[in-house]
Design a protein around this ligand. Structure first.
Ligand SMILES: NC(=O)c1ccc[n+]([C@@H]2O[C@H](COP(=O)([O-])OP(=O)(O)OC[C@H]3O[C@@H](n4cnc5c(N)ncnc54)[C@H](O)[C@@H]3O)[C@@H](O)[C@H]2O)c1
Length: 369
């Protein structure tokens, strides 16, 4: 199989971790007989420094549009960001544009057994391990609903945000939740605030109805305030969590902390193309290239020193194989190799209490493959 990937390292540690991720993808491709057609694109400050007029040059946009997946490092350098107006800053220009149309954000939070001491929770709470896929709706809800803004003059100004969801928007993200659960441990937690919010009442009604189409998936409904507590009380019991944009923003950050380091958490933004693998009707809907990135930023404090933890990016590559290319065995191989390195505990970066370099961890993962 040929995999056409747009590779966008970006700023800070982006270049180091994407280099690591591509090496691992290359090794897996070789092992399983695939060809990677990778084209690199400029993005972020790296693009501006390379003479482009914006942080997302037209050539990079075109590259992304004609690729099957985007493999992204990070953009933004706080000291330099300050010199630009908000709307021209790399994170805003690049991320908003490239994620357009991608309505499902998946974060995979796994706590490796050997690293349970890095989790902020007590040993007795996490002894059964943590492996949660958190799915956040990304293009609707409070962040985009209209009206939005501040009206009037001080001291009598009024601010308004609107939480709005159509049935279509709720159904498609729930579908991603159910289908993902079906491929994992078949447990889905649907999070809402149906005791207060109209959008959540619709969400609860639709998720209850969709559960009938998935008798093999055990569904639990929970209010968001309770979910934020249960995530800390019994994290081992959660498999897939699906929720709307604002709740997902907060819960996914909370969940990420359970992995022990920001350098361990991969993510994906998926849209209609992913939906079409389950729902033939989605085949005719507009396409947006799936976007894969580690959840961390450009970490300028450790950039250029070969100190960054590459695991989040390596696992992001695994998500890309699994969700865009449907290469399950290949993705399993990366996950297993990564897990072996983490649990062996001999080759770990500084954020995990080790002394190894980014390049050494990458080599160790490849050796396990
Ligand atoms: N998607 C993105 O491109 C994205 C996401 C978040 C932040 N940012 C940008 O990145 C810049 C830095 O942001 P920040 O400092 O708030 O967040 P950050 O994630 O870059 O760093 C936070 C802390 O975590 C550490 N860290 C992060 N990734 C690591 C890794 N792989 N291995 C080891 N340690 C790691 C850093 O050294 C730092 O101490 C800012 O310009 C911000 O806007 C970009």
């Amino acid at each position: 199989m040929e995999l056409k990937i747009a590779v966008l390292p970006g700023d800070g540690i982006g270049a180091e971790v994407i280099n690591a991720g591509m090496k691992v993808l290359g090794a897996v491709a070789q092992k399983f007989g695939h060809t990677i057609k990778a084209e690199h694109g400029d993005i972020g400050w790296a693009a501006l420094d390379n003479g482009h007029k914006t942080a997302l040059p037209p050539a990079t946009k075109e590259l992304c549009a004609r690729s099957q997946a985007i493999f992204f490092g990070a953009v933004g350098l706080p000291d330099r960001d300050k010199t630009l107006p908000l709307q021209e800053r790399p994170e805003r220009v690049a991320l908003l544009e490239l994620r357009k149309g991608l309505f499902a954000n998946l974060r995979h939070v796994v706590l490796p057994k050997n690293l349970s001491h890095l989790c902020p929770l007590k040993p007795q709470i996490i002894e059964k391990g943590i492996d949660i896929m958190i799915i956040r709706e990304l293009t609707g809800g409070l962040y985009y609903g209209q009206p939005q803004g501040v009206t009037g003059t001080a001291p009598d100004r009024k601010a308004v945000d609107t939480m709005a969801y159509s049935e279509m928007e709720i159904r498609r993200i729930l579908k991603v939740g159910f289908e993902t659960a079906r491929k994992r441990r078949k447990r889905l937690l649907s999070v809402d605030k149906a005791n207060i919010l109209a959008t959540s009442q619709l969400w609860r009604e639709l998720s209850t109805a969709m559960a009938k189409e998935y008798p093999d998936v055990a569904v639990e409904h929970m209010y968001v305030d309770n979910a934020s507590m249960q995530l800390l009380r019994r994290p081992s019991e959660f498999d897939v969590i699906v929720t709307e944009n604002t709740f997902g923003d907060i819960l996914s950050d909370e969940a990420s902390m359970l992995a022990g380091s920001i350098g361990l958490v991969p993510s994906a933004c998926l849209g209609n193309e992913f939906l079409a693998t389950y729902d033939p009707a989605a085949k005719n809907l507009p396409r947006a290239t799936p976007f894969y990135e580690p959840i961390h930023g450009s970490a300028p404090d450790i950039a250029g020193k070969d100190l960054a933890n590459p695991i989040a990016t390596i696992l992001t590559g695994s998500m890309m194989l699994r969700y865009t290319f449907n290469l399950q065995k290949e993705a399993d191989a990366i996950d297993a190799a990564t897990n072996a390195v983490l649990n062996e505990g001999k080759t770990l970066t500084g954020d995990l209490g080790g002394k190894s370099k980014c390049s050494e961890v990458t080599a160790a993962v490849i050796a396990k493959l």
